[in-house]
Design a protein around this ligand. Structure first.
Ligand code: SAH
Length: 398
């Protein structure tokens, strides 16, 4: 049985939370010694005893829990969760009805009023991601709510709450019928092979849907394309379908070769005609520069933070350098698609990295297009850090 605990929030934090800020930050609680258990329901009050909301305790890297309701008498039960999921679904109606796109986000955490939980749709299957033990303790109610609200073939889950907030490896099947994998989903008519029960990742990052389409429709025809940090090569496949003369996908992970071959194959592209390089991107830059290889289109989509044997990459610290090395192997009038999912800096800062990199390499540039999260990744205006994706299409002039 979950307890409902009164907790008092420091005035500074309370003011923000009264204005719809959904996160309970670690330092927001007045009583440092208060003993809380994962999944405790919290009645959040300010220091003047004014009600803020009902939340839950669930420790994750961002904070110690989320506000779930602004109503003092709200019951957090199956009906509550079903109502949130129903509302979330109405916002994705166009995607559910689009036969050319069969994978997208259905519940985007706090953006849909359910901080700590994400639900994605993959052609009849739902994948729930739990970001804390606290939210996981509500799993029975949440799964029941989902089952009441949608028709599904099967439900899978990812627990992302080991000591370091990482994925816990186990059988991720929850209920319904088991899928056969790869499951072939479509995104704007392009196919992708996905695996719902094979570790933390499924094979595709759904937040780049619009960027992939832009690359395919407007930037690929006839292009020599380089895709760095390519993972399963989703950008490369779109470039090839958009008429790229050749794509080169570079990723340091061994698995990337077979995964990328597979994505080409399901789209009837002969992967032997494309280049896949398993190597550190920074090594590849050196190699390409030495060989005088130049590209018309380069996609940069590094992780926010990555450690390889040779170096540590941090988007916040190293993006400018990454851009400088990219500019060196991009043709005059070529296009660089600079992307980041780091919430450590905003679009303004990101554009400063671009400006600095161009200035230091004496390159002029113009910005062609900009993207943030697509609409199925709903965000709150009161919580800008949730709006993490930043993508800028740059044309460079050498
Ligand atoms: N752009 C991809 C997603 C990138 S995920 C997509 O559109 O699907 C980040 C990838 O970066 C991982 O596959 C990881 O193996 C790779 N990676 C991390 N550090 C790297 C490095 N130094 N060189 C090459 N690849 C790297």
């Amino acid at each position: 049985m979950t307890k409902l605990q009164n907790i008092i929030i420091k005035q500074k934090y309370a003011a923000k939370m009264q204005k719809d800020y959904p996160l309970i930050e670690k330092d927001a609680v007045v009583d440092k010694k208060l003993k809380l258990t994962e999944g405790d329901l919290l009645r959040l009050m300010d220091e003047q005893n004014k009600f803020i909301g009902i939340g839950y305790y669930g420790s994750q890297n961002k904070g110690i829990g989320w506000v779930l309701s602004r109503k003092a008498n709200e019951k957090i039960n199956v009906a509550f969760f079903a109502n949130k999921i129903e509302t979330a679904i109405t916002h994705r109606k166009a995607l559910f009805e689009d036969p050319e796109t069969t994978a997208f986000r259905v519940v985007n955490g706090e953006g849909d009023g359910l901080g700590g939980i994400i639900i994605d749709y993959y052609d009849g299957y739902y994948v729930i991601q739990w970001y804390s033990e606290g939210i996981y303790s509500f799993r029975e109610d949440i799964i029941k709510a989902l089952e009441q609200t949608v028709e599904y073939k099967g439900i899978y889950q990812k627990k992302r709450f080991d000591d370091k907030g990482k994925y816990i490896e186990e059988d991720d099947f929850v209920t319904g019928e088991r899928g056969t994998f790869p499951l072939i989903i479509k995104e704007n008519g392009v196919k992708f092979a996905v695996y719902l029960n094979d570790g933390a990742m499924t094979g595709i990052f759904l937040d780049q849907r619009e960027v992939r389409q832009a690359i395919r429709k407007r930037y690929s025809n006839g292009a020599e394309m380089l895709n760095t940090f390519s993972y399963t090569g989703a950008f490369s496949v779109n470039a090839a379908l958009g008429g790229a003369r050749m794509t080169t996908s570079v990723d340091v992970a061994n698995r990337s070769r077979a995964k990328t071959n597979e994505q080409f194959a399901v789209n009837n592209i002969d992967y032997e005609t494309q280049q896949i390089v398993v190597e550190d991107v920074f090594q590849y830059f050196k190699y390409a520069a030495r060989k005088g290889r130049l590209f018309d289109l380069v996609v940069l989509d590094p992780p926010s933070f990555a450690k390889t044997k040779k170096r540590t990459f941090s988007a916040a610290k190293d993006y400018t350098e990454l851009l400088k090395e990219t500019i060196a192997i991009t043709k005059d009038e070529g296009v660089i698609v600079a992307s980041t999912n780091s919430s450590a800096f905003n679009m303004r800062r990101f554009k400063q990295f671009i400006q600095t990199a161009c200035k230091e390499t004496q390159t002029s540039y113009s910005i062609l297009e900009e993207y943030s999260l697509p609409s199925d990744f709903r965000t709150l205006r009161s919580f800008p850090e949730g709006d993490y994706l930043k993508v800028v299409f740059i044309r460079i002039k050498k």
